[in-house]
Write a new protein. Structure first.
Length: 216
């Protein structure tokens, strides 16, 4: 297999994280499933667990940093009430060639909000950080217990709080690209997977509820 060194040094697209081997796996996507040994490796370290949100991938640069985000403007399968259009789930430091730890990510995001780090064609109020669910030392068996009600998902008609799409687990430290690919994974709620009957682009366009006054 040939390696694209420039892509490894500074990725232009976020890597496809594998799914943890929990529950019924999607048919035809066996290569996207993490082997059990790799899954156990993930939990041999201090990790962070963040909410996985249902949006379209987006990437922008801010000074030395590359922001990996979901564009949440259009409702895909889950409706959200959110404080901004883009949810930032990872930040890559192009100078150090690492994805930032949660603590550093929060620090850089704070600098963006204060306009210390400038964004071309965007303002700081266009963004919010992916919700942190927990951090610590856990076992693989603990993982399903973290999927619960979302901070932002709602029922469009009743406005009742809804369940999250899933969770993403990452090392709680700076990581190189190959580390992120090996030591991170996602778990998608089974009901969400079963509920996808058509691509959101094939449905009438509906928008998420975006208002900066919503709690971040």
């Amino acid at each position: 297999m040939s390696l694209n060194l420039s892509e490894n040094i500074c990725p232009t697209k976020y890597p496809k994280l594998r799914r943890f081997p929990v529950g019924k796996m999607p048919v035809g996507k066996e290569d996207a499933i993490m082997p059990m040994e790799d899954a156990k490796d993930v939990f041999r370290q201090h990790v962070i667990i963040e909410e996985k949100m249902d949006g379209k991938d987006a990437v922008i640069d801010a000074d030395r940093f590359r922001l990996f985000m979901n564009d949440m403007k259009i409702t895909h399968t889950i409706c959200y009430r959110i404080p901004a259009r883009f949810v930032v789930f990872d930040i890559f430091d192009k100078h150090r060639t690492v994805f930032l730890s949660r603590e550093e990510k929060e620090s850089v995001f704070g600098s963006i909000q204060k306009n210390v780090i400038k964004l071309e064609n965007f303002n700081s109020y266009h963004f919010f950080l992916a919700p942190l669910i927990s951090s610590g030392m856990y076992t693989f068996e603990d993982l399903p217990g973290f999927i619960g009600l979302s901070k932002y998902a709602i029922n469009r008609d009743t406005k009742a709080q809804g369940y999250m799409e899933g969770v993403v687990v990452k090392p709680d430290h700076d990581t190189f690209l190959f580390e992120l690919e090996h030591l991170s994974g996602k778990l998608v709620r089974e009901e969400f997977t079963k509920g996808i009957t058509a691509n959101y682009l094939e449905k009438p366009i509906r928008f998420n509820l975006i208002n900066p006054s919503f709690e971040v």
